[in-house]
Ligand binder design. Structure first.
Ligand code: CA
Length: 227
């Protein structure tokens, strides 16, 4: 049975969606906040996420980008009628489809079925390669220039997240949200400390970076030094 995750803060709408989707034979989990939804998605790996764009704690589009960086799970966004632009932005950010509120149970079910019919996107997690760095996500092993390096779980998660989007600047806020699943606005210092440990294990420093580069005032990026 496909597992669905509904992320919606409006309790009446959330309950109505859960009821109708369960009546159609799906297994449904739910979250009332963006961060709760992200945590649920990372821990239980649903087959499909239905994401409300108007959430109290995180902008839905930002949550979608974070989710996209770590997961291929199909996402249907739910957006308010007076906000077509946000639906377009969501599709640009990697949503698979969208529904406009108010939508019927039948409309939602049709979109859910269409996406599930495409087949599960449960692709094998191929190793991530960035220049001399190879990250085996299934085995949680990292090799640099062919030599195994030992990372703590958090360091591994940080590196894997950055390696999934090489050359792209990632904010510390995003790292904090993804790796620590902490509310936005948490302590950047935590990220800084782990980044500095990670740097040391990669055999480099902030002053003389090879793979891990700081973009002052914005965040960090992992780059292929040979590219
Ligand atoms: Ca909402």
């Amino acid at each position: 049975v496909p597992q669905l995750l509904v992320i919606e803060d409006d309790p009446r709408l959330r309950e109505a969606m859960i009821r109708s989707l369960r009546a159609s034979g799906h297994a449904v989990a739910s979250a009332a906040t963006g961060m709760g939804g992200l945590q649920e998605a990372l821990e239980h790996r649903p087959d499909l996420v239905i994401l409300d764009l108007g959430l109290p704690d995180v902008d839905g589009a930002e949550l979608l980008r974070i989710l996209r960086a770590v997961s291929d799970v199909p996402v249907i966004v739910a957006t308010a009628r007076d906000d077509d632009a946000s639906a377009v932005r969501a599709l640009d950010s990697g949503a698979d489809d969208y529904v406009v509120k108010p939508f019927s149970a039948a409309q939602l079910e049709a979109r859910v079925r269409a996406i599930l019919r495409r087949g599960t996107g449960a692709a094998a997690e191929d190793p991530l390669t960035v220049g001399p760095l190879v990250i085996d996500q299934a085995a949680r092993e990292v090799r640099l220039d062919g030599a195994r390096i030992d990372l703590s779980p958090k360091e591994f998660d940080l590196l894997a997240y950055l390696a999934a989007r090489p050359g792209q600047v990632v904010t510390k806020r995003a790292l904090l949200a993804v790796v620590w699943q902490t509310q936005f606005g948490g302590a950047d210092k935590t990220v800084d400390v782990h980044l500095s440990w990670l740097r040391r294990k990669l055999g480099e420093s902030a002053q003389a970076p090879r793979l891990l580069h700081t973009v002052r005032g914005v965040g960090v990026k992992l780059v292929d030094p040979d590219a």
